[in-house]
Design a protein around this ligand. Sequence first.
Ligand code: CAA
Length: 380
Amino acid sequence: MDFSLSEEHLMIRDAARDFAKTELLPGVIERDNKQEFPTEQVKKMGELGFMGLMVDPKYGGSGMDTLSYVIVMEELSKIDASASVIVSVNNSLVCYGLEAYGTEDQKEKYLTKLATGQSIGAFCLSEPEAGSDATSQKTTAIDKGDHYVLNGTKNWITNGGTADYYLVIAQTDREKKHKGINAFIVEKGWEGFEIGPKEDKLGIRGSDTHSLIFNDVKVPKENRIGEDGFGFKFAMKTLAGGRIGIAAQALGIAAGAYDLAREYSKVRKAFGTEICNHQAIAFKLADMHTEIEAARHLVHKAAWDKDQGNNYDMSGAMAKLYASKVAMEVSVEAVQVHGGNGFVKEYHVERLMRDAKITQIYEGTSEIQKIVISRGLLRD
Ligand code: CAA
């Protein structure tokens, strides 16, 4: 067993680390305050190949493995979790979904633009009444021969306002329950497709979250992904990989908060010495570091499973469940180490604490991860 990263993995880590420090850090507080999408930064991440990290170079991607992807996600998330969720959704939900299950025409038309960051993608499964209970889709896609007609509402869609292409899950045949669900590629600007107001959020405020409304939107049949009725499986299979990306995001948030707490504890003085010399603080750092290291092992193991062609439903769910808990706990402790300064925006830790919460909610809540894990354990 070899725990060291290869030269290539170290290079991509350093490139992502450098990008996060030079391009994401300046302005991250202002973007959070104003809920401003990092348009310029996303463009640059496209140029660096971060928007299609795992996609085959023949479709414009970087052709890297899942381990590279989680390494990049960790580095970006240490500084700016709003930017990293844009990367995560584009890579592991949209690009992966199209590359694994799309037709050659769909890949030519859409994936090539998404993988280079020329276009941005969104993944639209959640609805006002179908969050965790994802089979209860109310959005309908009625088969009209050469096209489908889409009606309904999607909620909490990441990249909702900024995306160019949307993967939309909808019910075609209610009698067939989840086997009557389909997935479609929908383009921004199609008649009847409306973007709802932007959500005012607790965290990841630089990312763009909207509801979407479909009113008799005509979707050509060639924009359906996979066979008729494949939509729910498509969503589940795609989300299994997405959860590895969000686990890496949570890991990055925790690691970023820990880095700030450690540095602060070495300069802040109380009772005549730097606070890191007090066991009350040193033990916090020890706990934080240990938990982060454990989370990193779970995240890398899930990525390794995917790269090996192993099933990664359970390892991805375990990584997300654990890393998101660590992100929450470590970021709260990092604020505590900073004392009064932790409550102030310029020290960054309060933002990381707010950003951490969503990692326990999106791409399957922690409770849903426990369903996936326990079902996996009890299957045989
Ligand atoms: N791979 C392949 N198929 C799968 C699967 C997987 N990982 N998981 C489930 N399925 C299949 C099952 O085999 C079953 O098909 P068959 O009947 O043919 O066997 C079918 O899907 C239905 O499965 P279940 O009976 O297990 O369905 P369920 O109603 O009990 O729900 C669930 C399962 C795991 C709870 C699922 O509903 C779920 O994952 N819910 C959470 C949804 C979620 O993660 N939403 C996130 C929104 S996207 C987002 O947040 C993106 C963003 O913007 C950041």
